[in-house]
Design a protein. Structure first.
Length: 277
């Protein structure tokens, strides 16, 4: 029933009425979520912890279930950050994973969140503001194999998760131009001596990121989402450029990591590659 209600709210756009309705239902069923709409974003929290920010109410993050078990299963599968760790999240989206990272690194840790899409980046900034984070830096950048310049990112999907960087062979009617830099240049410009945990989820552009990554020796643990599963789901829409798993695995092995993945039967999970020193 809750999922049906959320689908109706997302479609109807009766946000302010929906805000009150969701809060009443959440209280009745004992979940304790508080929903708030501040155009153009929804946010939700329990016990003063904001759980997410997005353009719409994601059923995975609704009053029906807690999505953070999913995030912990993905990101903490091999390495769980510790108090004081430095985390760098490339392709941070709107920062849905912020609460689980806050929980682990604490106030003594430091977090770098990088997001390419300008509109999605606004959600990320809002999320960081809601969490009142003082140990976090956010960057509106595309991480590529070039140290500078502009690059195009698609802006056709209402769902920020569907936005991806375009290469020179692609063209779209709707796109945004953003500044690009290499991960090497980013590390040097921000004087990062050690990254305890690097998380990468850049919608199929991960093969470009590793083309200029000589500072990989400064990374202790890494998780990279490879997007081969998109190719296998729909080969008409996603071409062989999304087949990055083997390239990324070879790169991590050559860089001295102990590499692992898993076979859960859930495609997007199984194409994550994990590396530890």
């Amino acid at each position: 029933m809750i999922r049906k209600l959320i689908e109706f709210i997302n479609l109807s756009k009766l946000y302010f009425i929906s805000e009150a309705l969701l809060n009443v239902i959440s209280k009745i069923i004992g979940k304790g979520y508080k929903f708030k709409y501040k155009s153009p974003f929804w946010s939700a929290k329990t016990k003063d912890k904001f759980h997410y920010v997005d353009y719409f109410i994601d059923p995975r993050q609704s009053i029906e279930e807690d999505v953070f078990a999913l995030y912990k299963d993905i990101f903490f599968n091999v390495y769980t950050p510790k108090k004081g760790d430095v985390i760098c999240n490339v392709g941070a989206g709107m920062g849905h994973e912020i609460p689980i990272f806050i929980e682990t690194v604490g106030i003594d840790g430091h977090m770098f969140f990088i997001e390419a899409s300008p509109s999605t980046f606004e959600g990320l900034k809002y999320n960081v503001k809601l969490h009142k984070l003082e140990n976090t830096e956010v960057f509106n950048l595309a991480i590529s194999n070039l140290d500078k310049g502009k690059i195009k990112i698609s802006n056709e999907s209402e769902n920020h998760l569907g936005r991806s960087i375009l290469d020179e062979t692609q063209s779209l009617d709707s796109y945004e131009e953003v500044n690009q830099t290499s991960i090497d240049a980013f590390i040097l410009e921000n004087n990062i001596e050690c990254i305890d945990y690097l998380v990468v989820n850049i919608e199929g552009f991960e093969a470009n990121l590793i083309k200029k990554f000589t500072k990989i020796d400064r990374v202790q643990n890494i998780a990279i989402s490879c997007h081969d599963f998109l190719y296998y789901r729909n080969r008409e829409e996603f071409d062989s450029r999304f087949l990055t798993f083997d390239k990324v695995k070879a790169f991590l092995l050559e860089s001295g990591f102990k590499v692992s993945s898993r076979s859960s039967g859930i495609d997007f999970k199984d194409f994550y590659i994990y590396g530890s020193r």
